[in-house]
Design a protein around this ligand. Structure first.
Ligand SMILES: [Cu+2]
Length: 437
């Protein structure tokens, strides 16, 4: 086994320091490119600035992002800033902006109020555009981040190739189960190898950019600590040996310290049954080698963040029910919210507490994503739970109920929620609603 990584593990993220807010300018030209998935594997893809994933954006809380999208694709596109609390007109959906036509450009400009691990991706013809590579990571740093020995970013994706080695066309079956590819990549490369110094503790920011694949993440069965979710740091670290990452979700981990120099740890996904029609299997995504010992500066506080619960202790009374459903049709499955495709939902008022019960009526898991606002998971199957983190994506397992709460802040406009299995979103499992003053 070679010990040389295909490319230097992952982009390093600068340490924050006291600073004045500034404008962070990013060029994002969407165009055809060649994606080098592995040493002997190149595929025709679509990327931002010619790379898959696109450039990693790193900024600080209070900065203003100025992203200049230039569309040099053969079809219209737009960018959604996943997890960011931005003004509605910057959200990138067709509710708020016309698609950017080939040859045209659009400037996204908004302030960054929250620290965390986010991502950006196309919000047009997503089943094709995201699959071909139009996505990237977006890290926003707080002035007082906990200290780790290294900060690593891992953007997970799976790629479905046809027998000629090209990115496969969408199959009818994908509309039902969502598209999964056999080629697993981290930061655009298959089977990368990483090294962590014995004795050190690293912060791993992980993004699941897959169209439909659930990642039940394991580090060779070793314990690790979850320190953050979709919306930044958790209240306190939780020690686990696995964590489930549905499509679009993010997790931040404290990995290490390991003592056994020379050990090799599989970064793997354990079998997970998200639908009865797919056989769960275990996959190895990458290998982590424990390198020579190095001193550690890491210091992870017992309390990482303060999160005030939005609903009082005790029984949770939903203000709205969102039913995730399906219907058989001549062309396969339609995916529904409250019995309709592309559901038109009632408006919500700025400042008014929203408690939504998400009811999955289908036999398949769905990752529910709310645009523009973080929510707390306040109950599962009706049983109240104390929220430990902010989320913008939550898995609603087959035939289960999850209750979320959020209080819309003063950003009126048109917003949406949807299943983040891209094929389900496209086949109707989405709702749109207005936030009004
Ligand atoms: Cu779904």
């Amino acid at each position: 086994m070679t010990t040389t990584p295909h490319r230097p593990s992952s982009p390093s993220i600068p340490r924050p320091s006291a600073r004045e807010p500034r404008e962070v300018h990013v060029e994002l030209e969407a165009r055809e490119t060649t994606w080098e998935i592995g040493p002997d594997r190149k595929v025709a893809a679509w990327g931002y600035q010619g790379s898959v994933p696109g450039p990693t954006i790193v900024a600080h809380v209070g900065d203003t992002l100025v992203a200049h999208l230039v569309n040099n694709l053969p079809e219209p596109t737009s960018i959604h800033w996943h997890g960011l609390r931005l003004p509605a007109p910057m959200d990138g959906t067709q509710l708020v902006q016309p698609l950017v036509q080939p040859g045209d450009a659009f400037e996204y400009r908004f302030e960054l109020p929250d620290a965390g691990t986010f991502w950006y991706h196309s919000h047009a013809n997503e089943t094709v555009q995201i699959e071909r590579g139009l996505y990237g990571a977006f890290v926003v740093l707080a002035p007082d981040e906990p200290v780790f020995d290294a900060d690593r970013l891992l953007v997970l994706d799976d790629v479905k190739l046809d027998r000629h080695g090209n990115i496969a066309k969408t199959a009818l079956f994908d509309r039902h189960s969502g598209r999964e590819g056999k080629v697993l990549v981290i930061n655009g490369r298959s089977q990368p190898e990483y090294e962590i110094a014995a004795g050190q503790v690293e912060r791993w920011r992980i993004v699941n950019a897959c169209s439909a694949r659930y990642v039940r993440l394991s580090l060779g069965g070793r314990p690790f600590r979850i320190v953050g979710g979709d919306g930044g740091l958790r209240v306190e670290p939780v020690t686990v040996t696995e964590t489930l990452l549905p499509p679009a979700a993010r997790v931040e981990l404290a990995v290490g310290p390991f003592d056994d120099e020379g050990a090799e740890i599989a970064i793997a996904s354990l079998p997970y049954r998200r639908t009865s029609v797919k056989r769960p299997r275990q996959d190895v995504w990458a290998r982590l080698r424990v390198g020579p010992r190095a001193p550690s500066m890491a210091s992870i506080p017992a309390t990482l963040a303060t999160i005030e619960p939005l609903v009082p202790r005790g029984p949770v009374q939903p203000t709205r029910t969102v039913r995730l459903g399906a219907r058989m049709t001549l062309h396969g499955h339609d995916w529904l919210i409250n019995d309709e495709q592309h559901h038109h939902d009632a408006p919500v008022k700025v400042g008014e507490l929203q408690v939504w019960e998400l009811v999955n009526e289908t036999g398949m898991d769905h990752p529910f994503h709310l645009h523009g606002f973080f929510f707390q998971v306040v109950a599962r199957e009706g049983a109240p739970q104390v929220p430990g983190a902010w989320a913008d994506t939550v898995n609603v397992a087959a035939k289960q109920r999850v209750t979320i709460a959020f209080r819309p802040d003063d950003r009126p406009g048109k917003w949406m929620y949807h299943c983040h299995i891209l094929e389900h979103h496209a086949a109707g499992m989405m709702g749109h609603f207005e936030v009004v003053r």
